[in-house]
Design a protein around this ligand. Sequence first.
Ligand code: C2O
Ligand code: CU
Length: 552
Amino acid sequence: ASTASAARIVEHTFNVQNLTLNRLCNGHVITAVNDSLPGPAIQAREGDTLIVHVVNKSPYNLTIHWHGIFQMLSGWADGPDMVTQCPIRPGTNYTYRFKIIRQEGTLWWHAHISMLRATVYGALIIRPRAGYSYPFPKPYREVPILLGEWWNANVVDIDNQAIALGAGPNISDAFTINGLPGDLYPCSRNQMYKLKVKQGKTYLLRIINAAMENHLFYKIADHKMTVVAIDASYTNPYVTDVVAIAPGQTVDVLLTANQPVGSYYMAATPYSAVIGLPFDNTTTRGVIVYDSAPSSKVPLMPVLPLFNDTPTAHKFYTNLTSLVSWPFWDPVPLKVDHEMFVTVGMALEACPPNTTCLGPINGTRFSASMNNESFVLPTGLSMLEAFFFNVGGVYTTDFPAKPPIEFDYTNLAINNNLPMLFAPKGTKVAKLKFNSTVEMVLQNVAILGKDNHPMHLHGFSFYVLAQGFGNYNPATDRRKFNLINPQLRNTIAVPFGGWAVIRFVANNPGVWFMHCHIEAHLPMGMATAFVVENGPTPETTLPPPPADLPTC
Ligand code: C2O
Ligand code: CU
């Protein structure tokens, strides 16, 4: 008992290298961590220090991001390529060190460069510190459920080709549950995730959407689930028969094996909002098998929502609330220092000379923007180094607090919206004073693309005050704000034809990336960053970089 609150050091080595795997009838060479797909699950407790030695034996430049970790005063360990570090070159190493504080539940880690995260990802599980317990009955067992997306072709090649053509990457060949496609795909009968359960016991499923381009529905035949946490923060228990989960998000659910002894499929299938876009409209499934279930019986299959079932997705997304009795809950700040209205959407750019482009107007290719600014990563020096060493010319601090023009953001006709069709390129960030409170309206722009954009903020969780459809209207929509127990997230699906309002306190100095977690939209420029100034004391000042920080 004397060690009840003693924080520990949790240490891992990630050997990143080629791995040959059989999937969908053929052998494929992928980049993997410690020869496994998904990579190793990290098990930690709130208060622990995590040390991960990344040894890059792969042929590619690499960085690892700890998705959702606050990285308080440890921005050097955040990981996005050229934002907080230069890449770890093939044959070199970097050690990520950070403390996990004031967050509990499920997060995950993934490569944050090119499309490597398709195979370089894993769970990051944060339990309460010793002597503390979950705000729900202790589950009999805990099970990570990583939903992924698989390509038969090399994902770095796919990425390079997509960027050159200025179109989205080729659609994936399968979805996966814990790396396995399941028996609805060719040659995959024996590559199906199987979870054995005991009747009457309760399991904590830690569901992670690690898919690259797709929002997903997740369902289990004949069983209800009780949501208890999202994005590593606890929720009031919410009973549902289906989970909607955007790329980057996590959802922890309790599952009680309270049905007749038997076998039941679990399945994940895409949620895409709008008919007409090409996407991987297939289903992955795994199976839940009760102890002593007869193997002769065909498992029951859940009836999945249609891919464009927006009411079901919206209901799930908007019914979750935070558990304010959690000791680490901070009330929503009521005074806002920095108000922003930010559009997120697709755009066009000129096709580079001597290139074949696939844009909808001749001589163009797709790009993407926030407030009509299409973000470009710097080269030569990372943004965090530029911040720390005060080097100019790497980024500018003129990211606009509102779009250049106002119009009907939900209008699909290109011609009406010409002023926002071509977005200038730049590395524009918003500068924030230490401890200032930011409120951001995220407005989905319908021009050219019909996606729900899962906007992810590094370094912070934000309160989701409200979400809705149409053009955001402050006069009426502010009345819908939940300022009592709004959900806390690091990734919000900004609905197609709609908006979401988030609020956060910039209490962590450094450079924090914000971007769409649909992998195709990131290199197209749907991103910006916050540069948060140092606070007044040494305890609120970003320390110098570790000695082994990679150089460019
Ligand atoms: Cu999970 Cu910047 O990403
Ligand atoms: Cu997007």
